[in-house]
Design a binder for this molecule. Structure first.
Ligand code: BTN
Length: 323
């Protein structure tokens, strides 16, 4: 990718000028082609100054452009094909369409804004500028019933990535909310497609409130939500978070495919903010209450009710009762 090469060579001498001829030859293009590529980069938000000494890179935009993500991405296949949209209805919906058309495992759909972001349980997912709205297409060789476990696998990858990026109190609320403290910073929506009872493909949607201003959220949402920017009081470079997440995800997904789910589940338990808490799990028309005492190999939450009865909860909206 030519833009990747130009940026790499401008970055090597960050802030200093690189001669036009040298830059063009490093990118394997002519000087005229280089000028066009530089104009494109400027159109994408890069600040590149030119003078008779050549070009110099002054500012990198905080966007999620494929050639920025792929520049320093160390994966074998995840994110090698990135479909980028400045605005889209839902990356999960685009991903499903691409999967139906034969897109390969590891293809990513990423958008700066979603007009109709989808949350779990039919809820909407607010997706303004500043977030990471992304979907990974997977074609795992596993039984259909195991597909929901991918939500837990992804939760571990996101939580580990955010924890190492920001050093904050990151953890997981069952089944798949990533929290900082008690507030949600990321949600995961796994959608599975089957063919004659067998797993066809999975689209894994991940929404991270990175540089989103939670203050602008409607009142019912803002109380329980946060963003990395809110927590750290500074703008976060999104490309780096996506790169590290995709690398972590690929490593954990490989373990999952090799049948090492128990080890991933052990890590999920360590990251869990739910186990040990009094919780309510809301299901259609009723609610169960108890202490969350564990999670089983199917990803079900084990609750101990007041009278000591153990119950298994497969799905629902989990609410942590105040400490
Ligand atoms: C949740 O309710 O917690 C799940 C939220 C998932 C949001 C992500 S953003 C990218 C992908 N596209 C969507 O429409 N939803 C998911």
């Amino acid at each position: 990718m030519v833009k990747k090469k130009i940026l790499r060579s401008l970055n090597q001498v960050r802030g200093e000028y690189r001669e036009e001829e040298e830059l063009a030859s490093q990118a394997g293009i002519t000087a005229d082609e280089l000028r066009e590529e530089i104009q494109d980069l400027i159109g994408d938000g890069f600040v590149i100054e030119s003078s008779n000494e050549g070009y110099r890179l002054v500012k990198i935009p905080n966007r999620l452009l494929p050639y920025q993500i792929q520049e320093d991405l160390h994966t074998s296949y995840i994110g090698h094909d990135i479909r980028y949209f400045s605005e889209v209805d839902s990356t999960n919906e685009v991903a499903k369409k691409l999967a139906e058309e034969g897109a390969s495992q590891g293809t990513i759909v990423i958008a700066e804004v979603q007009r109709r972001g989808k949350g779990r349980l039919g809820k909407r997912w607010l997706s303004p500028e500043g977030g990471v709205w992304m979907t990974i297409i997977l074609r795992p060789d596993i039984a259909l019933v195991k597909a929901p476990l991918l939500t837990l696998v992804t939760g571990v990858a996101v939580a580990e990535t955010l924890q190492s990026r920001c050093g904050l109190d990151v953890g997981i609320k069952w089944p798949n909310d990533i929290l900082i403290g008690e507030k949600k910073v990321c949600g995961i929506l796994t959608e599975v497609s089957e063919n004659k009872g067998a797993l066809d493909y999975v689209v894994l949607g991940i929404g991270i409130d990175l540089n989103v201003d939670v203050e602008d959220f409607p009142r019912d949402l803002k109380e329980g939500a946060t963003s990395l920017k809110n927590e750290l009081d500074q703008e976060i470079y999104g490309v780096e978070v996506v790169q590290r997440f995709l690398e972590n995800f690929e490593a954990i997904y490989e373990e999952f495919e090799k049948g090492q789910f128990p080890a991933i589940l052990a890590q999920w338990r360590r990251l869990s903010k739910t186990i040990g808490r009094q919780v309510e799990v809301h299901k259609k028309g009723h609610m169960v209450v108890g202490e969350a005492v564990g999670i089983n190999r199917d990803g079900a939450l084990i609750l101990e009710e007041e009278d000591g009865t153990l119950i298994k909860v497969i799905s629902g909206e989990c609410v942590h009762r105040p400490l």
